[in-house]
Design a protein around this ligand. Structure first.
Ligand SMILES: Cc1cc2nc3c(=O)[nH]c(=O)nc-3n(C[C@H](O)[C@H](O)[C@H](O)COP(=O)(O)OP(=O)(O)OC[C@H]3O[C@@H](n4cnc5c(N)ncnc54)[C@H](O)[C@@H]3O)c2cc1C
Length: 320
């Protein structure tokens, strides 16, 4: 008997993969193969103490004003999540580097913070009947003849199409050599408290002009009503990565006080999170920017997931 729906396998349960899965779950069965126990990829939440905290410094960058409006409407319509363009207190930057590579439009942040953003998307996607999350399944191979995905420990799953997002570690051999190997981002994740009340709930710092700075991106969130404590995620600057092993609380404190301009601010315990990426170059990602038509007979699909805003606009709004 013919199956009602064909099956799409997606490598990784990253945020772009989840958004993609929901859109195509209207016409396909979806299997999300995730090598870890986490969901969200670079946009995942992690546990720190007894709190769930986002594990990256985020901003939804956009190409122009109309793309920014469309993305805002997309999240409200599909996920009931409200986004807004950050004001001068919410987004602080010392150079316009983050607007390079076609990201000159108004950026967006979620009204209720990144934690809520990722949690709400995962919740609304994984509840769908025909979306299956297969965790601890690292894809190592794709057998075109039997239309199967194969994990490193030899388990195989039948699928009709395989979708490969840009940052996945799995690439068929023809692309293997084009990865930019060995790029590592290091993030510090911890708590802060202050005698002063913080001015906004969510604050993003993009500090990229000083290549020797200890921290070059910082996300600050308040979690109590008085806004006197919360958590931070700080990305270590490109020339300071080797310092991380010996970093003292005092040194980190000093840096956070200076960046937030709050002398009474102190940081609590912090942990170190390393992201190792085998991501392709920007040119490569653009070459992988293929849209997925519903009537496709093509088996392998590559998605340019490089920037969330672009990915949503190109694949989920423009292509609908
Ligand atoms: C810390 C950090 C912050 C970022 N901040 C922003 C931002 O603010 N704005 C923005 O637009 N972009 C940002 N990015 C870029 C980000 O990578 C993209 O937005 C997007 O998350 C890429 O999606 P992806 O699925 O390609 O990769 P990822 O988000 O990296 O997810 C890949 C997923 O696939 C899984 N996986 C990998 N290989 C396999 C395999 N062989 N089998 C099974 N599972 C596998 C991984 O465990 C992971 O869950 C950031 C990236 C990082 C690392």
């Amino acid at each position: 008997m013919a199956r009602k729906y064909k099956t799409i396998g997606i490598i990784g349960a990253s945020l772009p993969s989840l958004l993609f899965a929901k859109k195509y779950s209207k016409s396909f069965n979806i299997k999300l193969f995730e090598k870890t126990e986490n969901i969200g990829g670079a946009w995942r939440n992690i546990n720190h103490g007894n709190k769930s905290i986002e594990a990256g410094c985020h901003l939804i960058a956009t190409k122009n004003e109309s793309e920014s409006d469309d993305i805002k409407n997309f999240f409200f319509k599909e996920y009931s999540i409200r986004l807004h363009v950050p004001n001068k207190k919410e987004l602080i930057y010392d150079s316009l580097d983050w607007k390079n590579n076609n990201k000159a439009g108004p950026p967006l942040i979620p009204d209720r913070g990144w934690n809520f953003f990722s949690y709400e998307i995962s919740r609304r996607v994984l509840v769908k009947k025909n979306i299956e999350l297969i965790s601890c399944y690292e894809v190592s191979n794709w057998d075109v003849n039997s239309s199967s995905c194969i994990s490193v420990d030899g388990r195989s799953e039948f699928i009709d199409h395989l979708v490969i997002p840009a940052y996945s570690s799995f690439y068929p051999e023809e692309f293997g050599h084009q990865h930019r190997a060995g790029v590592e981002n290091i993030h510090l994740i911890g708590n802060w408290s202050s005698r002063k009340s913080f001015d906004v709930k969510l604050k993003q710092f993009f500090l990229e002009s000083d290549k020797d700075a200890l921290i070059d991106r910082l996300s600050f969130q308040s979690i109590n009503k008085k806004m006197t404590n919360g958590y931070f995620v700080a990305r270590i600057g490109r020339n300071s990565k080797e310092k991380v092993g010996n970093l003292s609380r005092t040194e980190l404190d000093f840096s956070l006080k200076r960046l937030t301009k709050d002398e009474s601010l102190t940081c609590g315990d912090f942990s170190v999170l390393r992201y190792k990426h085998l991501f392709p170059s920007i040119d490569m990602r653009l070459a992988l920017s293929l849209k997925f038509p519903l009537d496709s007979t093509q088996k392998l699909w590559y998605l340019n997931t490089g920037y969330l805003g672009d990915f949503i606009y190109e694949n989920l709004i423009y292509n609908s």
